[in-house]
Design a protein around this ligand. Sequence first.
Ligand code: NAD
Length: 234
Amino acid sequence: MLKVNHATRVVVLTGAGISAESGIRTFRDSDGLWEQHRIEDVATPEAFQRDPALVWRFYMARYLQSLEAEPNAGHKALVTLEEHTHFTLITQNVDSLHSRAGNKSVLEMHGRLSSCFCTLCRTRFILPEISFDGDLPYCQRCEGLLRPDIVWFGEVPYYLQEIQSALKKCKIFLIVGTSGVVYPAAGFVMTAKYLGAKTISVNLEKPSNHSFIDEFYPGKAGDVLPGLVQELIS
Ligand code: NAD
């Protein structure tokens, strides 16, 4: 097993699986439904245009659920890994559990449940600051409709430049709890591997992009990651 130190550039990519043990359900594990909703009804710009109140109810419920959840042993192991390496964490998750666990270098490429922005003037607000007028919240500056700060299917993820630059330099690329089907995140492993990184995956089952993975550790993130991180840093 490769050993790491403060100079070792490590990039981690996480998906919904790392938050499963915190009680937040994944998307793929429930037959393509996310908390009983079809993804097209709640996670696309068209869905928001069609029924913004439904989309807001869905994301407010997810936000409140995320506040109840606590980071688990998998999240905490990644804090330890950050303390011992030159570290970047890319997450597809929107629950902010990595930051709440204590990770500092976090790129939330699909946005976050805890903020929203104005569809007209783009001003960002955090959720506790906004109030609903009937079913919908409006901007305190220009009265435009606010939308969740979530990158929906069909939209461009955040931080793509920072991500490409981290992938180019990384020595270890660790992927945790992601099915490997949502692009562009699913393609990062290919970039990292072609550029010479060692690629490691921790997941319940082999992800769709497993042909690019050098070492696969089957199991729950909370069970596998603490030992794997200790092994890497020892
Ligand atoms: P996904 O639901 O497609 O895949 C989750 C993967 O995690 C599966 O392969 C599953 O086998 C694995 N898994 C389940 N429990 C695990 C555990 N305890 N330990 C390790 N692996 C486990 O998730 P995705 O690949 O992240 O893509 C879904 C999209 O939905 C993402 O873009 C994300 O933005 C969004 N989403 C986010 C959250 C969240 O913020 N927590 C939750 C659901 C969906």
